[in-house]
Design a protein around this ligand. Structure first.
Ligand code: SAH
Length: 399
């Protein structure tokens, strides 16, 4: 096996069990390795000099030159390894009562489940898998076999079309890996609401499972409220607000296909009062201004925008965008109203986000307080050794 020798001092993050080895940490590769091959990671200096500290997948095209599979130097990386890791990830979810019985469930959350580059989401009896790193791609057969066994699902679909694959030198790949395509649409039940999941063309693997708990919270807050849901996508928050007894739900998203899907989803749920829903295909930045000028007021507002800052280099522009929508949303918030505001940008941490929301409140002339910090659901855990896993952060603020 080839050996990846670290520069002296660069072993510290590996010793803390952080799985990423950046190009700048690599002194040299002794031996040959193709993309995705397993290499031994060896300390180049210090008290661990010459020791194997991890086994990692080599990815020469990426700035993240290797991703650790294991910090145990005697752990062979083979089919059995993936079987164990994947079974353990699925068992961790089974052990959490709040996840029991969920038809839509993330089974594998990449680095946070000890499987860099591997995402797997279950929708009923279909698993959608996304392989985003050279190592994950190389072990696809073992991963798919283990997933089938651990999930008991008959269908596995691959959605490896995320743009991050490009950075690993991989082409996009999509298609059925196992089983026949289902006859009709795939749909899941979420808190008693039926939602269509477009595994072929939808965002991520088809659905924003990470917001499951937060949609439930919105539902619990919605009774008797006039609600504004910005960036509704397939309408998850909007439908939960209706289910919770909102008197009116105004939803805004710029995507026409999203609008069609959200309307379909509402039609799938005859128990909801469709007369209380208003869908608007518009740019949220403009629509918030227009609503404010028209003197509109809402008791409950959701802001769940797309990733404005995919990485640290976008933070400044992203901050202005977050500030703009939060400022205008504060202007629309009725006295005593509640706002759920999110950032799913990896490049914007919680402190930064909170500061932006604070500035927005100040500039809108609103006195507001955080009543709850919000994060992704329990099937999207954050490994303590991998704080980068905390991409979704939200605040429930009350004016
Ligand atoms: N809240 C959703 C997920 C939102 S995804 C859920 O729970 O499922 C982000 C959405 O923002 C996408 O649907 C995208 O179409 C929309 N979007 C992106 N930029 C926008 C803009 N400037 N104005 C309105 N919608 C926008």
């Amino acid at each position: 096996m080839a050996q990846l020798i670290l520069h002296p001092g660069k072993e510290k993050s590996i010793l803390r069990r952080h799985p990423w080895i950046f190009a700048g940490a690599v002194a040299r590769l002794d031996g040959r390795a193709r993309p995705g091959d397993t290499v031994d990671v060896v300390a180049g200096g210090g008290k661990h000099a010459g020791e194997v500290l991890a086994r990692a997948a080599w990815s020469p095209a990426s700035q993240i030159r290797a991703r650790a599979w294991s910090f145990d130097a005697i752990d062979p990386i083979d089919d059995a390894f993936f079987k164990r890791r994947i079974a353990a990830a699925v068992e961790r979810r089974t052990a959490l009562p709040e996840l029991a019985g969920q038809q839509g469930l993330r089974l594998i959350h990449a680095e946070s489940d000890g499987l860099p580059g591997v995402i797997a989401d279950r929708y009923g009896d279909t698993v959608v898998v996304q392989l985003t790193s050279a190592g994950a791609d190389k072990w696809r057969k073992a991963i798919v076999g283990a997933l089938q066994k651990a999930s008991g699902c008959a269908r596995i679909y691959e959605r490896s079309d995320s743009e991050v694959r490009g950075r690993e030198g991989l082409e996009p790949v999509s298609g059925w890996l196992l089983g026949d395509p289902p006859a009709g649409d795939i749909a899941i039940d979420e808190h008693g609401v039926r939602m269509k999941v477009d595994i072929v063309a939808g965002h991520k693997t088809g659905f924003y499972l990470d917001q499951r708990d937060n949609r439930r919270l919105l539902r619990d807050l919605a009774a008797g409220k006039r609600v504004l849901n910005c960036f509704f996508y397939t309408g998850g928050f909007s439908l939960q607000a209706l289910a919770g007894g909102a008197t009116e739900v105004v939803s805004v998203d710029s995507s026409e296909p999203a609008l069609a899907t959200a309307r379909d989803n509402l039609a799938l749920n005859p128990q909801l009062d469709a007369g209380r829903a208003q869908w608007r295909a518009a740019n949220v930045f403009d629509e918030l201004r227009r609503l404010a000028e028209a003197g509109e007021r809402f008791d409950l507002i959701v802001l769940d925008p797309p990733k404005f800052a995919p990485s640290a280099s976008h933070v400044e522009r992203a901050s202005r965008a977050y500030k703009d929508i939060n400022l205008n949303a504060f202007k629309l918030l009725a006295p005593g109203g509640l706002m759920m505001t999110y950032s799913c940008s990896g490049g914007v941490d919680l402190d930064t986000f909170q500061r932006i929301v604070a500035r927005a409140a100040l500039d809108a002339g609103r006195d507001a307080r955080i009543v709850k910090r919000l994060q992704g659901a329990a099937d999207h855990p954050i490994a303590l050794a991998f704080p980068e896993g905390e991409y979704l952060k939200g605040l429930l603020v009350q004016a």
